[in-house]
Ligand binder design. Structure first.
Ligand SMILES: Cc1cc2nc3c(=O)[nH]c(=O)nc-3n(C[C@H](O)[C@H](O)[C@H](O)COP(=O)(O)O)c2cc1C
Length: 329
């Protein structure tokens, strides 16, 4: 049974990966997607998206792992089989612990260039992509794929999952919605059960797991015990840990979730990590802090209370002061 931190462009950057895996419960995490066109990227492009690859010159952690020791896989998005294979091979030479292929991104700019979810219309192209990346990467390095149930409808879900398996993927994560469904609830967990039965590789369920109870309902309906957590991980920092604790001690009540002071401590850490990076300016740091607080609003009334002031603040240090004051109240 695995719990994976989802790739979320604009959210799960190196700082989110460090903070959330340090809180615990995650078996691995995935970078935000790196869009591949037709060229082989220079090293610096990999390092920008995937700073954990640089850890060789930083003895605090192993290469391609977060500081807490959780492996990080690189996600690639694209449709050019050669370029995808070459970039995957280079990432692995640089030390990537695994490669994940994106067949789920609904963004219009991505789909115009035929990457992400648009490929779900062509199982054969998915097969070719997975196969060429698999062949370019040493056997011991996992090559995984993340798909949605379909593009407009679910008709090709089984064909796409089989294409991923036949291409040689180590396992597949399925976001239980089509591209057309976007991010609108519900997630169609039941649709995963027949796919799981069809495949011999593992299927990881993804979509709409916000609570420990959601995990158990998803498991019952999808028959998948491994899951990937996306937005739920940003609203409940210890969601993975809570699920693992409940699995280890089913008869005990679920752990109480982190209190607001503890959450603020992690937001403080987020600020400290970002401020250490000279490449980040206030225009990056302040909006990022606001985004984190926004995702906490459904679970913490304190987040809602500070957000109306926070959203007008442009100086990250003032944002931090506001968060610290709120932690003390
Ligand atoms: C802001 C945002 C950015 C995302 N970026 C990516 C991405 O880079 N790669 C990817 O495969 N999925 C991406 N996703 C999809 C998530 O990984 C996940 O499949 C989706 O949010 C459903 O899971 P959830 O209901 O647990 O959030 C993104 C989702 C969100 C909300």
């Amino acid at each position: 049974m695995q719990i994976i931190l989802a790739p979320m462009d604009g959210l799960t950057d190196v700082y989110a990966r460090e903070i959330l895996t340090d809180i615990g419960g995650y078996d691995y995490c995935v970078t935000e997607f790196l869009r591949v066109t037709d060229t082989l990227f220079p090293r610096r492009v990999f390092y920008r998206r995937f700073p954990e690859l640089r850890s060789a010159d930083n003895s605090q952690h192993t290469i391609s792992h977060t500081k807490a020791g959780t492996p990080v896989y690189l996600q690639l998005l694209g449709s050019d089989t050669n370029a995808m294979a070459e970039n995957a091979a280079k990432a692995v030479q640089l030390g990537a612990a695994g490669i994940d292929l994106n067949f789920g991104c609904p963004a219009k700019t991505v789909n115009r260039r035929e990457g992400g979810a648009s490929l779900l219309q062509y199982p054969d192209r998915i097969y070719q992509l997975v196969r060429s990346v698999r062949q370019a990467v040493p056997k011991e390095i996992p090559v995984t794929a993340k798909m949605r149930l379909g593009y407009e409808d679910q008709l090709l879900a089984h064909d796409n999952a089989l294409a991923i398996q036949d291409g040689g993927a180590s396992w597949v994560t399925i976001h239980a919605r089509t591209k057309k469904d976007g991010y609108r609830p519900p997630a169609y967990w039941d649709a995963l059960a027949p796919i799981k039965q069809l495949l011999s590789i593992s299927v990881i369920a993804n979509g709409e797991i916000w609570t420990v109870d959601d995990y158990f309902t998803c498991r019952e309906r999808s028959h998948c015990d491994s899951v990937m957590l996306g937005r739920g991980a940003m609203g409940t920092f210890d969601l993975a840990l809570q699920i693992k604790n409940k699995l280890a001690e089913p008869s005990l009540p679920a752990l109480p979730t982190l209190n607001w002071q503890a959450v603020c401590h992690h937001l403080d850490k987020l600020y400290q990590l970002m401020i250490l990076n000279p490449a980040l300016d206030n225009k990056y740091i302040a909006p990022r802090i606001k985004l984190w607080v926004k995702w906490l609003m459904p679970n913490y009334h304190q987040a809602e209370t500070i957000f109306s002031t926070l959203k007008r603040i442009k100086d990250p240090q003032l944002a931090l002061q506001l968060i610290r004051r709120s932690a003390d109240q």
